[in-house]
Design a binder for this molecule. Structure first.
Ligand code: AN7
Length: 350
């Protein structure tokens, strides 16, 4: 079957007229990978049906492409010449790619020194004007909100409602891939809280069952868990280094309506789950993307979630190659050997 992106696929569920030109990179249709070894590790003999939604396989390597196809399509429809966002990196790369495809000018504000290398590389490659600010994501978001009110430039952060329209298709896909039912638990990282909001919208609209939502925040950047803005957020998971989420209220609604849970996990927990994903299942993600699994593991260990005969989906939001520096930094360096068969044999049999 030919897949032409999430707007084309789910057009009847989206507020785009039939004849509207779509800016797409054929995003979506990402694999839902069954993770039996991992399920047995985190919930022994519980018959937990664990699935990984590998959103890192979208065109720019993150889930942001689902929402960006919609935001850029709408921006073009409105006659925009330029778009802007603040970003911890993935929104920047996605906006840059879709803006390039639409022929729009793209400006991205990123927190200096806190954006993973793959995201910077991609944003620059797609031709975005990358502006590094001496401040956090939250500072950048405040700047772009204000400039979008003063200048003819379209804001494509997830406060733009079109982003959520596109992103909610992730929920449709999961239900379709599970054969028509929502899972019992839907686990995901929470940063600016656009994704949690969009998924909940999607499940409600599709009308084929509702999961309980489990949100994970990094302990050093956990405003929704603590109920307090974090002025200096910190975490190795730079994607979710966000102290004042724009969709905070909607996240609380999703948690409340779904009888969900939001919890904080430490950077060590995140890295442990990041390791499990790669080393147990062969699925390489960026650190933030392991936060949903870390939250699930924690809640099972604490007895707050009973995994017995349950279905859980973890949203793996970004690809591992986004953050090569963390991956290399976490590992021991490669072995070095002379280029001889004897040396290799000695190594193998040592
Ligand atoms: C890999 O790119 O906010 O809760 O500026 O890149 O919807 O914000 C990224 C967020 C999770 C959190 N996982 O999603 C940005 C940005 C990854 C991410 C999140 C992000 P939201």
């Amino acid at each position: 079957m030919n897949w032409n992106g999430v707007i084309h696929q789910y057009r009847h569920y989206l507020p785009f007229p039939d004849n509207m030109p779509i800016i797409s990179l054929n995003e979506g249709n990402t694999p839902l990978i069954k993770a039996d070894r991992l399920a047995e590790l985190i919930a022994p003999q519980a018959n937990l049906q664990l699935y990984l939604k590998y959103e890192g396989l979208n065109p720019t390597g993150s889930f942001k492409d689902r929402g960006m196809t919609a935001a850029i399509t709408q921006a073009v429809h409105e006659g925009a010449d330029a778009v802007i966002c603040a970003s911890t990196g993935n929104t920047a790369a996605s906006a840059a790619a879709y803006a390039a495809r639409a022929g729009l000018r793209c400006l991205v504000l990123v927190p200096e020194g806190k954006i993973a290398r793959g995201k910077l590389a991609a944003s620059l490659a797609y031709g975005a004007e990358v502006i590094s600010i001496d401040g956090s994501f939250d500072d950048g978001l405040e700047m772009v909100r204000q400039i979008a009110e003063r200048q003819p430039i379209v804001l494509v952060n997830s406060i733009n409602p079109w982003r959520l329209e596109g992103q909610k298709t992730g929920a449709f896909e999961i239900v379709d891939q599970l054969g028509g039912d929502a899972p019992d638990w839907h686990c995901l990282p929470v940063g600016n809280a656009g994704n949690i909001t969009a998924y909940w919208m999607g499940y409600k609209q599709y009308g084929k069952g509702r999961p309980r939502i489990l949100g994970g925040q990094a302990a050093g950047s956990a405003p929704i868990v603590t109920g307090q803005v974090v002025t200096k957020p910190e975490t190795i998971a730079t994607a979710i280094r966000i102290g004042n989420p724009a969709r905070w209220r909607q996240a609380l609604e999703a948690l409340d309506e779904s009888n969900g849970i939001i919890t904080a996990v430490t950077d060590d927990d995140i890295l442990a789950s990041w390791n499990l994903l790669a080393k147990t299942e062969g699925v390489f993600v960026e650190p933030a993307s392991a936060t949903g699994l870390a939250a699930l593991k924690q809640q099972i260990e604490q007895g707050s979630i009973d995994p017995t005969n349950k279905t859980a989906v973890c949203i793996l939001t970004g690809h591992g190659l986004k953050d090569p520096d963390t991956a290399v930094g976490q590992a021991s360096p490669p072995h070095t050997l002379p280029a001889t068969i004897e040396a290799l044999e000695a190594y193998l049999t040592q």
